[in-house]
Structure formats: C-alpha cells, structure tokens
Design a protein around this ligand. Sequence first.
Ligand SMILES: NC(=O)c1ccc[n+]([C@@H]2O[C@H](COP(=O)([O-])OP(=O)(O)OC[C@H]3O[C@@H](n4cnc5c(N)ncnc54)[C@H](O)[C@@H]3O)[C@@H](O)[C@H]2O)c1
Length: 356
Amino acid sequence: MITVPVDLGNRGYDVLVGDGASNELAGMLRERAPRARRAAFICDELVAGQPWFPALDPGMPFTVHAIVPGERSKSLSTVESLARALAHNELARDDVVVGVGGGVVTDLAGFVAATYHRGVAYCPVATTLLAQVDAAVGGKTGVNLPEGKNLVGAFWQPVGVLCDTALLETLPDREWACGRGEMAKYAFLGVPSLAGLPLEEQVARSVACKAAFVGADEREAGRRVLLNYGHTLAHALEAEAARRGRDVRHGEAVAVGLVYAALVARRLGRIDDARVAFHRDVVERFGLRATLPGGPGAWDHGELLAYMGRDKKAAHDLALVLDGPEGLSLVHGIDRSVAARALEELEAADRREGCA
Ligand SMILES: NC(=O)c1ccc[n+]([C@@H]2O[C@H](COP(=O)([O-])OP(=O)(O)OC[C@H]3O[C@@H](n4cnc5c(N)ncnc54)[C@H](O)[C@@H]3O)[C@@H](O)[C@H]2O)c1
C-alpha cells in the first residue's frame, strides 16, 4: 500500500493506493470522522452490483443510495433527491457520506456532502482509474448544468481517499482508456513516463502530482488551473454531447483536448511541430486516439466555441491552458478565429487518418 499525503494543513488527508485499500475504510472513518455514528454510501447502480461491493465496510450502520450510472446523473436534481434521502434516513451533521464509484459519483457525492447540513464528512472510495488518478483527489466537487460542465460546485476536502487497485479488476476496457486519458495529462505536468511501472505505482505517482498542485493552490487561484490541461475542449465536447444525446466520455474527450491545446499553442507560436507531435505521441502511447469522437463533420464548431467561452477558466474571454517554452500556463484572450482554425486542423488530421 502506498500513502500519498495531500498537504493542506488542518484540512490535509491521506490517499491510500493499492490492492486492498478499501479494507481501510472503517479505520479511516474511525480516525478521521470520529463522531460519525452512521454512514451513507452514494454509488451508482452498476457499482452497487459489483461482486466486491458487499464487502465494503464503514464500521458503522449505513444506508446505500444508488443512482443511475452516467454523467447525466451529475445534476442538481440528483443532488436534491440524494439530500432528501439522507434527511429521510436522518443522517446527522456528524455523520459521513462515502462516495463509492467513478468520477461522476465522487463529484456528486462530494457535493452532496459539502452542502447537506452545510457540510458533513466525506470519504471517496474511487473505483475507476480516472477517479483514482484524478477525480477523487483534491476536493473539487460539483454537478453540471445544461449550460456547461461542473458549473455548480464547491471545494470540499475529503477526510481521506481510498484508491483500491483490486476494485479495478471489474472495470470495462473503455473505462480503462478513459482513465489513461487523465493520466496522459500528467506527462505535461512533470511526471516522467509511467510506462512499465506496476499499476499501484502509476496511480500513486499520478496522485502525488495532483496532490502537489492541490497542496500549493487548494482553491485554484493559480497553478492548480494547469491540472485542467486539455479540459477546455473536453468539457465543450461533453456538454455538446449531452445536449445531443451522444456518448462521449470524459477521459476520451481529455485525450483529444490535449492535442487540440497543442494545435492552438502552435498557432500562437508557443510550441513547434515537434512538440505537437510529442502530444500526439503521448496520447497514442496511452492507447488513446487524438481524434474528435464521431469523426469529421460530427460537431458544430460554433457550439463548441461557445461552450469553451463559458468555461470556468474564461473571464469574459477565451482562455486555455497552453504549452509553451516555459511549460504550461493559462493563456487569456485567445482569438476565437485561432481557436476555430485549430478545430478545423484537428478535423483535417482526422480526415487524413481516414476516421469515420
Ligand atoms: N473533481 C475532479 O477533480 C475531477 C477530475 C477529473 C474528472 N472529474 C469528473 O469525473 C467524471 C468522469 O469519471 P468516470 O469516468 O470515472 O465516470 P463514472 O463515475 O461514470 O464511471 C464510469 C463507469 O464505470 C462504472 N464503474 C465504476 N467503477 C467500476 C468498477 N470498479 N468496475 C466496473 N464498473 C465500474 C460506473 O458504473 C460507470 O458506468 C466526469 O464527470 C468528470 O467531470 C472530476
């Protein structure tokens, strides 16, 4: 087991990574939520049906609240129904919410914990690769609006995070790929190649990178924004996909978002062709495709640009995290025509590669 501390003073906590980490749940709650008498598990229906789920033990009486799987459940209406269920079950101020699942569940359950009784203890048990390497760590919680991803949320640090790599044995291939999409971004944030390392090590090194950013800038006033590398186009694709009833997953969208950001950076003269090729290479090495889901012509560029303009990083302009001679930085005031031409370039590359 590897312990990665998230250094946030009296809000600091440990992330336990490894085979069997979820067996530490009761001990972690005893230590970090000592007044809790009851727990509420929030998960999705698929997670609740996994063979390992019944073995999860918070060491106190608990209720299970299973939501419909998928990004559509990350909504204010689900928050309301969950909060009402907790109230109905008399979950009290000193009790604890345990979010068991992928990033949808950990974002949602964290937001419920942040707001129910104006904040109760929260402990995520991350069960997708994506949640283990990223979503469950760092205290960003929230839900989507039809207008965009994660537009309502709160910073709410957990009492601890459990990343049990044994639980990933039941993860479908597509979810592994999604997790690798988030892992790929760490290659641009100072993490040397993770290739060939044991899974536990890959997860722990990714978590340590995130923890360093979170420890230095908990509320994303500065450097933490760099963790959003590749996410501006990704969030636009996800929001537009939700509106059109299309199936685009977060990690897949991040992979293409990384290459898109490189194309924008090259157009602005910040990086050269070799660095763009490096972006494609990293994405491909993680087994992902740097192409727009659905292929060329599948997306309304005007809509995507509108979503990108509403991104949380934007301050009444278009802002993206971009690579450059000194590494990543948040660049404001990007000309819409530059962003639009980079989208066309991304599609042209798709056409060249013959994806349909
Ligand atoms: N808060 C943050 O810092 C942060 C960072 C990155 C991503 N996110 C968010 O994370 C979300 C995406 O997370 P995700 O891809 O993990 O989504 P998810 O929670 O929908 O999980 C993906 C699927 O995997 C299934 N699943 C989960 N664990 C399983 C297991 N062990 N075995 C079998 N099936 C399992 C789920 O039922 C679901 O169908 C997005 O909403 C994104 O915005 C948040």
